[in-house]
Ligand binder design. Structure first.
Ligand code: GUN
Length: 292
């Protein structure tokens, strides 16, 4: 026995094939999609993610620009820089890597991104559209990646109980909205919920996005459930591990590994969003989207 492994690298590769083809088609029309990533400060994990996003963008034929600002940047200065990038006609997609230093007003920075270039789907306009069940805006990358994984493994959401552990604006809340739009019954569990097992044991689909290493244990799982691990933690020995304890594999029906599960999907969906943004802001029709 043991859970079936959900191979995020393989599914991400399929998404990237589609993105490469789109980039080729756009390039033939003299549009090389351009992704700009703003990184503030020197957090090593954020720097690694940003490098990976920029490198993957180039690997599929896009242009990418990383703007690295010091941890001491003020909200006003950061808003000015983000607005300038947003106004730059040469840029199709723009993200600000989170988290920002605590003195920065994150909401003000995100609001400075043009919704048409908001390839993270974090602006009030895109988040609001998702809240309304309108999937035509730009959608957050990790929730889109999770949905694409479930679809790739024929794990339907309609009529199922999805339990999301974590209520972040990056993953938990938008994942809950996206699942709702796909007709799941959704429970969101968080740090004030008390012991989570009484909720998670009811989950057909469990998303762990808590940011606590091995927080979800076999006791928290309904046998046969699909378990999606969004956590990434580096152990003392330098290995990567998730929010889900490894022995959950004995109880779950499906499980995403860390690394090689959700992570590659997030990057693939960011690039897919960038291609969409490049098309949509020129008024060119949308192509069939992978995963949503
Ligand atoms: N930090 C962790 N995940 C993300 C993400 O998807 N986008 C941004 N901008 N920051 C993040």
């Amino acid at each position: 026995m043991g859970a079936q492994r959900i191979d995020g690298r393989q599914v991400a590769e399929r998404v990237l094939e589609h993105v490469r083809a789109e980039v080729r088609a756009l390039t033939a029309r003299d549009v090389v999609p351009h992704l700009a990533v703003v990184l503030v400060g020197d957090d090593p994990a954020s720097a690694t993610y940003v490098r990976s996003k920029a490198n993957k963008a180039r690997a599929v034929g896009m242009r990418s620009t990383v703007v690295h600002l010091s941890a001491g940047v003020t909200t006003d200065e950061l808003v000015r820089r983000v607005r300038a990038l947003s106004d730059d006609a040469d840029i199709d997609g723009l993200i600000v890597q989170l988290p920002l230093p605590p003195h920065v007003d994150e909401a003000a920075v995100i609001a400075a991104i043009d919704p048409a270039k908001d390839v993270d789907g974090f602006t009030p306009e895109n988040a609001g559209r998702l809240f309304r069940g309108d999937l035509g805006g730009l959608l957050p990358c990790t929730p889109r990646g999770i949905l694409a994984l479930l679809q790739a493994y024929d794990l339907p959401l309609a009529g199922r109980h999805a339990v999301v552990v974590g209520r972040s604006n990056i993953v938990g809340k938008p994942a809950a909205q996206l699942f709702l739009a796909h007709h799941a019954t959704v429970t969101v569990v968080h740090s004030r919920s008390g012991p989570v097992g009484r909720y998670t044991r009811q989950a057909d689909i469990l998303v762990a996005a808590v940011g606590k290493r091995h927080f979800i244990t076999p006791d928290d799982i309904k046998p046969g459930a699909a378990v999606i691990d969004v956590g990434i933690h580096r152990t003392e020995t330098g290995q990567l591990t998730g929010d889900v304890a490894p022995d959950v594999e004995q109880v779950a029906g499906w499980l995403t590994p860390v690394p090689g599960g959700v992570g590659p999907m997030t990057v693939a969906m960011l690039l897919d969003n960038t291609v969409r943004a490049a098309r949509l802001r020129r008024g060119w029709h949308d192509v069939a989207r992978t995963g949503v």
